[in-house]
Write a protein that binds this ligand. Structure first.
Ligand code: SF4
Length: 246
């Protein structure tokens, strides 16, 4: 009988990680006029954290963030929230990321399938209580998946929404109990596309078809040129965030 061993090193304590995040914010000059570049932010993490204790969260709108991180941390885990409601194009992008980049895709699944959720809460919970649906299919599964890591990388950008204007490049994430790194916080949408083009990384085909921000299919619609890029998410509702970055 073979036994699969998880060779992931032990995590440091919450206090140690909180202190490391504070040191990172100083050394990376988070929020200042001469803030470290995205590549410098990732390099700092690579120098201070074991590669097995870092993970990238990726919505599969594009592969820029996984590519950027894998340059410094080859083989890094990429967490994909497999909600059961994704566009086919998003699943295609996930498969292309797995095929073309030096990363390990981890499909993070909710406790219930869509069918089981329908049976317990009624069909299409997203249309009646999207906050509960996001909590059950995104926030709680991600929280569980992040246990054991010391750092998670996100693709949050300050220009995406008023709720993201003050995003630091590094901070201790009190809710999830680890360091949260937002290396591309300073990027614009054009910077993102320029990076993807320059490095020939895959971009979700929906982006070129009016979807600058991509979530689950039932909760995402295309937006017109010049419209708020995130206005296609939960359109018609006051909800603007799934809860992962609040
Ligand atoms: S984005 Fe919509 S379908 Fe996806 S988890 Fe949230 S409410 Fe549910």
């Amino acid at each position: 009988m073979s036994i699969a061993l998880d060779l992931r090193p032990a995590r440091r304590s919450i206090d140690e990680l909180r202190a490391l995040a504070e040191r990172g914010a100083r050394e990376l000059r988070s929020g200042s006029a001469d803030e470290a570049s995205p590549a410098e932010v990732v390099a700092w993490v690579a120098a201070n954290v074991s590669p097995r204790l870092a993970a990238v969260a990726c919505s599969m709108a594009d592969a820029a963030l996984p590519h950027l991180v894998a340059e410094a941390i080859p083989g890094v885990d990429v967490l994909f929230l497999d909600t059961g409601y994704h566009f086919l194009e998003t699943t295609f992008t996930r498969d292309e990321v797995a095929r073309t980049l030096d990363v390990r895709i981890v499909d993070v699944k909710p406790a219930q399938t869509v069918r089981e959720q329908d049976e317990e809460f009624g069909k299409d919970l997203f249309s009646r209580d999207p906050a509960l649906c996001c909590e059950r299919r995104k926030v709680a599964p991600l929280h569980q998946a992040l246990g054991g890591y010391e750092v998670w990388f996100t693709g949050v950008r300050r220009d995406e929404a008023p709720t993201r204007t003050n995003t630091p490049v590094i901070v201790f994430d009190e809710r999830n109990g680890l360091i949260k790194v937002n290396p591309v916080a300073s990027w614009s949408f054009d910077d993102l596309i320029d990076y993807a083009t320059a490095h020939e990384v895959v971009v979700n085909p929906l982006v070129a078809n009016g979807y600058p921000s991509i979530g689950c299919a039932p909760c995402t619609r295309p937006v017109a040129a010049g419209e708020d890029p995130r206005s296609g998410r939960w359109a018609g509702l006051s909800k603007t965030e799934c809860g992962l970055h609040l």
